[in-house]
Design a protein around this ligand. Structure first.
Ligand SMILES: Cc1ncc(COP(=O)(O)O)c(C=O)c1O
Length: 366
């Protein structure tokens, strides 16, 4: 299949994850899968201890640091088990006392529960569960424990469609950035630990990126099993066991692609424009579409959630959109309605096509 054919066959895929990836990334990865740099074998067919994969992981680490402006204070890890693995192992490693959790949606709630299950004394600094997580509690209202070992937040709630406009400042901040990682510049140097499942902005499922401040390692108890121990993983360059080599390769291609786009500030600009295009269609619909997030400043730029007048017409909307090449618009099962995920790989044309479709659909059915 030629590039042109592949391109013309590609849908505007609004999936929340695993999500669409840039075509250039897929093409370069497909090539490397079959034959890596003319060696007669693919990148998924060689040892993780060999020089080919070593070069891949080294370059991936350097590029993450460069994209985020990180120095040697932090390690970059490529782990397995997803973001769920991370919010399970973080308290095992670092909850040396009580811990603060902001509960602002499905994912931060799961993280707080995982910390409780791990035996940590969890202080919920704020929750909006009573309003079905339609926004996040404002930082001024958070009831922080001055003795907390860390503060955990989810910077973008994938299911409920809102984000923290700014990451909070805290001496020991832990951020689940899964669904907005590298979609805008992040104050990464100020965080103690950032983690992100790859399957939104970075690559396929099966890899989770963790960025860990090295001065945190002395907190880790000897009883933490090596595989779950962040320091041991860092010392082994994420290779205590066989890592998901091809997944990490795809991430490397994404990091190269991000640099070619102009880095994270350039991504933020285009992501603002994409989200703005769709939010304008919601806000300009005379109430036909209703955004599900109650605080406008917190609206996600990655997962845009809204409702139509009823469930039947929502189904028609999803089916009609799919006929026009716009797929995976169904909202999360506990929330319903529509969720349009506009990660880095979604082109501006995709957002414009959806906004136009929304206008036409409302004019026909409103
Ligand atoms: C913000 C956030 N955190 C955590 C997760 C869990 O990720 P995983 O399925 O990789 O464990 C998700 C998955 O969608 C997510 O969106």
């Amino acid at each position: 299949m030629t590039t042109a054919q592949t391109k013309s066959a590609r849908a505007f895929n609004f999936s929340a994850g695993p999500a669409m990836l840039p075509l250039e990334v897929l093409e370069a990865s497909a090539k490397a899968l079959i034959d890596y740099q003319g060696k007669g074998f693919g990148i998924a067919e060689c040892s993780h201890r060999g020089k080919e994969f070593d070069g891949v992981i080294d370059e991936a680490i350097v590029r993450v640091k460069s994209l985020l402006g990180l120095s040697d204070t932090h390690d970059v890890l490529f782990l397995q088990g997803g973001a769920t693995h991370l919010f399970t192992t973080i308290p095992m490693n670092f909850a040396t006392g009580p811990v603060d959790y902001l509960v602002s949606g499905e994912w931060s709630q799961k993280a707080a529960k995982a910390a409780q299950a791990a035996g940590a004394k969890v202080n919920i600094v704020g929750t909006t569960e009573a309003s079905n997580f339609d926004h996040s509690t404002a930082p001024a209202e958070w009831k922080l424990d001055p003795n907390a070992a860390y503060l955990h937040v989810c910077s973008n709630e994938t299911v409920h469609g809102h984000r923290l406009p700014q990451w909070p400042t805290h001496p020991n901040l832990v951020v689940d950035a899964s669904s907005e990682f590298m979609s805008r510049p992040h104050p990464a140097t100020d965080a103690a630990l950032i983690y992100a499942g790859a399957q939104k902005n970075l690559g396929p499922a099966g890899v989770v990126v963790a960025i860990v401040r090295k001065d945190w390692y002395p907190r880790i108890a000897k009883s933490v099993p090596a595989l779950f121990n962040f320091q041991k993983q860092a010392e082994a360059k994420s290779m205590l066991n066989t890592p998901p080599t091809f997944g990490i390769y795809i991430l490397l291609e994404t990091f190269r692609w991000l640099e070619k786009q102009g880095g994270l500030a350039a991504m933020e600009k285009i992501n603002e424009e994409k989200a703005g295009t769709i939010y304008s269609a919601i806000d300009g619909s005379n109430g036909y579409y209703k955004g599900t997030v109650s605080v406008a400043a917190q609206r996600s730029r990655m997962n845009l959630t809204f409702r139509l007048p009823n469930e039947e017409i929502t189904d028609v909307f999803i089916k009609d959109a799919a006929k026009q090449g716009m797929v995976a618009l169904k909202g999360y099962r506990t929330v319903g309605g529509i969720r349009a995920s506009t990660y880095n790989a979604m082109p501006l044309e995709g957002a414009k096509a959806l906004a136009q479709f929304m206008k036409d659909f409302a004019a026909k059915n409103g």
